[in-house]
Design a protein around this ligand. Structure first.
Ligand SMILES: O=C(O)CCC(=O)C(=O)O
Length: 250
Protein backbone atom coordinates (compact mmCIF):
# COMPACT_ATOMS: atom_id res chain seq x y z
CA UNK A 1 0.00 0.00 0.00
CA UNK A 2 3.17 2.09 0.05
CA UNK A 3 2.35 4.51 -2.75
CA UNK A 4 -1.44 4.66 -2.56
CA UNK A 5 -2.97 7.34 -0.35
CA UNK A 6 -5.97 5.37 0.92
CA UNK A 7 -7.70 8.31 2.59
CA UNK A 8 -7.34 10.42 -0.56
CA UNK A 9 -8.89 7.61 -2.63
CA UNK A 10 -11.76 7.24 -0.16
CA UNK A 11 -12.42 10.97 -0.32
CA UNK A 12 -12.25 10.90 -4.12
CA UNK A 13 -14.82 8.07 -4.37
CA UNK A 14 -17.05 9.86 -1.88
CA UNK A 15 -16.71 13.26 -3.53
CA UNK A 16 -16.26 12.59 -7.27
CA UNK A 17 -17.79 9.11 -7.42
CA UNK A 18 -14.64 7.32 -8.59
CA UNK A 19 -10.89 6.91 -8.16
CA UNK A 20 -8.37 5.21 -10.44
CA UNK A 21 -5.37 3.28 -9.12
CA UNK A 22 -2.84 3.58 -11.93
CA UNK A 23 -0.67 0.58 -12.79
CA UNK A 24 -2.06 -1.33 -9.83
CA UNK A 25 -2.89 -4.86 -11.01
CA UNK A 26 -0.28 -7.21 -12.56
CA UNK A 27 -0.34 -6.93 -16.34
CA UNK A 28 0.56 -10.60 -16.89
CA UNK A 29 -2.48 -11.71 -14.82
CA UNK A 30 -4.73 -9.45 -16.91
CA UNK A 31 -3.25 -10.62 -20.20
CA UNK A 32 -4.04 -14.19 -19.13
CA UNK A 33 -7.64 -13.08 -18.52
CA UNK A 34 -7.84 -11.45 -21.95
CA UNK A 35 -6.64 -14.65 -23.65
CA UNK A 36 -9.01 -16.85 -21.62
CA UNK A 37 -11.94 -14.50 -22.25
CA UNK A 38 -11.70 -14.83 -26.05
CA UNK A 39 -13.35 -18.28 -26.29
CA UNK A 40 -15.91 -17.30 -23.63
CA UNK A 41 -16.92 -14.20 -25.61
CA UNK A 42 -17.00 -16.22 -28.83
CA UNK A 43 -19.31 -18.85 -27.35
CA UNK A 44 -21.49 -16.16 -25.77
CA UNK A 45 -21.78 -14.20 -29.01
CA UNK A 46 -22.63 -17.36 -30.95
CA UNK A 47 -25.80 -17.44 -28.84
CA UNK A 48 -26.49 -13.78 -28.04
CA UNK A 49 -24.99 -11.62 -30.79
CA UNK A 50 -28.47 -10.49 -31.82
CA UNK A 51 -29.66 -10.08 -28.23
CA UNK A 52 -27.23 -7.57 -26.71
CA UNK A 53 -28.09 -6.88 -23.06
CA UNK A 54 -26.48 -3.42 -22.76
CA UNK A 55 -27.42 -1.69 -26.01
CA UNK A 56 -26.33 -2.33 -29.61
CA UNK A 57 -23.24 -4.58 -29.83
CA UNK A 58 -22.60 -4.23 -26.10
CA UNK A 59 -22.68 -7.25 -23.80
CA UNK A 60 -22.51 -7.93 -20.08
CA UNK A 61 -20.92 -11.39 -19.80
CA UNK A 62 -20.37 -13.20 -16.47
CA UNK A 63 -16.93 -14.62 -15.64
CA UNK A 64 -16.15 -18.01 -14.12
CA UNK A 65 -14.57 -18.02 -10.67
CA UNK A 66 -11.43 -19.90 -11.51
CA UNK A 67 -7.93 -18.98 -12.72
CA UNK A 68 -6.96 -16.93 -14.59
CA UNK A 69 -10.11 -14.87 -13.85
CA UNK A 70 -9.81 -15.63 -10.17
CA UNK A 71 -6.41 -14.29 -9.05
CA UNK A 72 -5.61 -13.08 -5.52
CA UNK A 73 -4.26 -9.88 -7.08
CA UNK A 74 -7.86 -9.00 -7.97
CA UNK A 75 -9.70 -10.36 -4.92
CA UNK A 76 -7.21 -10.03 -2.06
CA UNK A 77 -5.64 -6.66 -2.75
CA UNK A 78 -4.89 -4.63 0.39
CA UNK A 79 -5.44 -1.22 -1.24
CA UNK A 80 -8.73 -2.10 -2.91
CA UNK A 81 -9.88 -3.70 0.35
CA UNK A 82 -8.87 -0.65 2.42
CA UNK A 83 -10.60 1.82 0.10
CA UNK A 84 -13.81 -0.11 -0.44
CA UNK A 85 -14.16 -1.28 3.19
CA UNK A 86 -13.29 2.26 4.30
CA UNK A 87 -16.60 3.28 2.70
CA UNK A 88 -18.81 0.17 2.94
CA UNK A 89 -17.42 -1.34 6.16
CA UNK A 90 -15.51 -4.57 6.75
CA UNK A 91 -18.64 -6.74 6.65
CA UNK A 92 -19.01 -6.01 2.92
CA UNK A 93 -19.54 -8.86 0.46
CA UNK A 94 -19.18 -9.44 -3.29
CA UNK A 95 -22.10 -10.81 -5.32
CA UNK A 96 -20.99 -10.46 -8.92
CA UNK A 97 -18.01 -10.98 -11.24
CA UNK A 98 -18.60 -10.17 -14.88
CA UNK A 99 -17.48 -8.05 -17.82
CA UNK A 100 -18.78 -5.16 -19.90
CA UNK A 101 -17.75 -5.33 -23.56
CA UNK A 102 -18.73 -2.90 -26.29
CA UNK A 103 -17.81 -4.14 -29.77
CA UNK A 104 -17.68 -2.23 -33.07
CA UNK A 105 -21.19 -0.97 -33.77
CA UNK A 106 -21.83 -0.08 -30.14
CA UNK A 107 -23.34 3.35 -29.56
CA UNK A 108 -23.53 6.00 -26.85
CA UNK A 109 -25.60 4.60 -23.99
CA UNK A 110 -28.11 6.87 -22.35
CA UNK A 111 -26.56 8.51 -19.32
CA UNK A 112 -27.62 6.38 -16.36
CA UNK A 113 -26.95 5.12 -12.85
CA UNK A 114 -26.65 1.37 -12.26
CA UNK A 115 -28.78 1.39 -9.11
CA UNK A 116 -32.28 2.60 -8.38
CA UNK A 117 -32.72 4.84 -5.31
CA UNK A 118 -33.00 2.77 -2.11
CA UNK A 119 -36.12 4.70 -1.15
CA UNK A 120 -38.01 5.48 -4.39
CA UNK A 121 -40.57 7.51 -2.46
CA UNK A 122 -37.72 9.92 -1.61
CA UNK A 123 -35.85 10.10 -4.93
CA UNK A 124 -33.83 13.16 -3.89
CA UNK A 125 -32.57 11.73 -0.60
CA UNK A 126 -28.76 11.70 -0.71
CA UNK A 127 -27.28 8.73 1.15
CA UNK A 128 -23.86 7.05 1.40
CA UNK A 129 -23.37 4.20 -1.08
CA UNK A 130 -24.72 0.71 -0.45
CA UNK A 131 -22.60 -0.74 -3.26
CA UNK A 132 -19.31 0.06 -5.02
CA UNK A 133 -17.92 -1.35 -8.24
CA UNK A 134 -14.33 -2.33 -9.03
CA UNK A 135 -13.47 -2.21 -12.76
CA UNK A 136 -10.28 -3.05 -14.59
CA UNK A 137 -9.79 -3.34 -18.34
CA UNK A 138 -8.49 -6.39 -20.23
CA UNK A 139 -7.19 -3.99 -22.95
CA UNK A 140 -5.90 -0.42 -22.97
CA UNK A 141 -8.96 1.84 -23.10
CA UNK A 142 -8.13 4.41 -25.79
CA UNK A 143 -10.45 7.14 -27.17
CA UNK A 144 -11.25 4.80 -30.12
CA UNK A 145 -12.16 1.84 -27.92
CA UNK A 146 -15.26 3.35 -26.36
CA UNK A 147 -14.13 4.70 -23.00
CA UNK A 148 -16.48 4.84 -20.04
CA UNK A 149 -17.69 8.41 -19.42
CA UNK A 150 -18.66 9.71 -16.00
CA UNK A 151 -20.17 12.92 -14.65
CA UNK A 152 -18.22 13.47 -11.42
CA UNK A 153 -20.17 14.26 -8.29
CA UNK A 154 -23.61 13.50 -9.72
CA UNK A 155 -24.28 10.84 -7.06
CA UNK A 156 -24.69 13.75 -4.61
CA UNK A 157 -27.39 15.41 -6.66
CA UNK A 158 -31.07 14.73 -7.24
CA UNK A 159 -31.03 12.57 -10.37
CA UNK A 160 -33.31 14.79 -12.44
CA UNK A 161 -31.16 17.82 -11.68
CA UNK A 162 -27.96 15.93 -12.56
CA UNK A 163 -29.42 14.66 -15.84
CA UNK A 164 -30.56 18.19 -16.75
CA UNK A 165 -27.08 19.55 -15.95
CA UNK A 166 -25.43 16.96 -18.22
CA UNK A 167 -27.97 17.59 -20.97
CA UNK A 168 -27.29 21.34 -20.88
CA UNK A 169 -23.51 20.82 -20.83
CA UNK A 170 -23.19 22.48 -17.43
CA UNK A 171 -21.95 19.20 -15.92
CA UNK A 172 -19.20 17.61 -18.05
CA UNK A 173 -18.97 13.93 -18.95
CA UNK A 174 -15.34 12.87 -18.58
CA UNK A 175 -13.88 10.04 -20.71
CA UNK A 176 -11.81 7.73 -18.52
CA UNK A 177 -8.87 6.36 -20.49
CA UNK A 178 -7.26 3.42 -18.75
CA UNK A 179 -4.16 1.31 -19.35
CA UNK A 180 -3.73 -2.36 -18.59
CA UNK A 181 -3.09 -2.59 -14.85
CA UNK A 182 -5.26 0.42 -13.95
CA UNK A 183 -8.16 -0.28 -11.59
CA UNK A 184 -11.14 1.94 -10.90
CA UNK A 185 -13.37 1.99 -7.82
CA UNK A 186 -16.65 3.79 -8.44
CA UNK A 187 -20.02 4.57 -7.00
CA UNK A 188 -22.48 3.20 -9.59
CA UNK A 189 -25.01 5.90 -8.65
CA UNK A 190 -22.66 8.46 -10.22
CA UNK A 191 -24.12 9.08 -13.68
CA UNK A 192 -22.17 7.57 -16.57
CA UNK A 193 -22.45 5.96 -19.99
CA UNK A 194 -20.57 3.69 -22.36
CA UNK A 195 -19.40 5.19 -25.67
CA UNK A 196 -18.93 3.58 -29.12
CA UNK A 197 -16.04 1.20 -29.67
CA UNK A 198 -14.74 2.00 -33.16
CA UNK A 199 -12.14 -0.74 -33.32
CA UNK A 200 -12.31 -4.40 -34.35
CA UNK A 201 -11.45 -5.73 -30.91
CA UNK A 202 -13.80 -5.81 -27.92
CA UNK A 203 -13.17 -3.35 -25.10
CA UNK A 204 -13.63 -5.66 -22.15
CA UNK A 205 -13.67 -4.35 -18.60
CA UNK A 206 -14.06 -6.61 -15.55
CA UNK A 207 -16.78 -5.75 -13.03
CA UNK A 208 -16.81 -6.78 -9.35
CA UNK A 209 -19.62 -5.51 -7.11
CA UNK A 210 -19.00 -4.99 -3.37
CA UNK A 211 -21.94 -4.22 -1.10
CA UNK A 212 -22.98 -3.72 2.47
CA UNK A 213 -24.09 -7.07 3.93
CA UNK A 214 -27.75 -6.06 4.21
CA UNK A 215 -28.01 -5.25 0.50
CA UNK A 216 -29.41 -8.17 -1.49
CA UNK A 217 -30.44 -8.55 -5.10
CA UNK A 218 -31.47 -11.46 -7.24
CA UNK A 219 -28.84 -12.27 -9.89
CA UNK A 220 -29.28 -15.08 -12.36
CA UNK A 221 -25.88 -15.20 -14.02
CA UNK A 222 -23.31 -15.76 -11.26
CA UNK A 223 -20.92 -18.70 -11.63
CA UNK A 224 -20.26 -20.98 -8.62
CA UNK A 225 -16.80 -21.41 -7.13
CA UNK A 226 -15.20 -24.84 -6.91
CA UNK A 227 -14.65 -26.30 -3.44
CA UNK A 228 -10.96 -26.94 -4.15
CA UNK A 229 -10.35 -23.27 -5.03
CA UNK A 230 -12.52 -22.09 -2.13
CA UNK A 231 -10.29 -23.97 0.34
CA UNK A 232 -7.23 -22.04 -0.91
CA UNK A 233 -8.78 -18.59 -0.39
CA UNK A 234 -7.70 -16.32 2.44
CA UNK A 235 -10.10 -15.75 5.33
CA UNK A 236 -10.74 -12.24 3.96
CA UNK A 237 -11.62 -13.57 0.51
CA UNK A 238 -13.95 -16.19 1.99
CA UNK A 239 -15.69 -13.45 3.96
CA UNK A 240 -16.01 -11.33 0.79
CA UNK A 241 -17.17 -14.20 -1.43
CA UNK A 242 -19.54 -15.85 1.07
CA UNK A 243 -22.54 -15.30 -1.23
CA UNK A 244 -21.15 -17.54 -3.98
CA UNK A 245 -22.45 -21.05 -4.37
CA UNK A 246 -19.72 -23.63 -3.76
CA UNK A 247 -19.57 -26.37 -6.38
CA UNK A 248 -18.61 -29.49 -4.41
CA UNK A 249 -17.73 -31.39 -7.59
CA UNK A 250 -14.83 -29.10 -8.53
O1 LIG B 1 -18.65 -0.33 -19.93
C1 LIG B 1 -19.14 0.72 -20.21
O2 LIG B 1 -18.60 1.49 -20.99
C2 LIG B 1 -20.41 1.18 -19.55
C3 LIG B 1 -21.30 0.05 -19.19
C4 LIG B 1 -22.52 0.50 -18.44
O3 LIG B 1 -22.54 1.52 -17.81
C5 LIG B 1 -23.71 -0.36 -18.46
O4 LIG B 1 -23.82 -1.23 -19.33
O5 LIG B 1 -24.60 -0.13 -17.62
Amino acid sequence: MANVDIQHCIQKVRHDGFCILRGHFPVDAIEACRAAFEPIAKAYLAEFVDKPNRGPNRHFIPLPFHPPFYHPAFFDDDCVYAIVSGILGEQMVIDQYATDTPFRGSTHQDVHADLQPLFPELPDLILPPELLVLNWPFVDVTPERGPFQIAAGTHHMPRAQALAGIESGEIPLESLLMDLGDAMIRDPRCLHRGTPNMTDSGRTVAVVSFMRPWFCRRLSDVHPIGRSLWETLSEREQQLLQRLTIDESQ
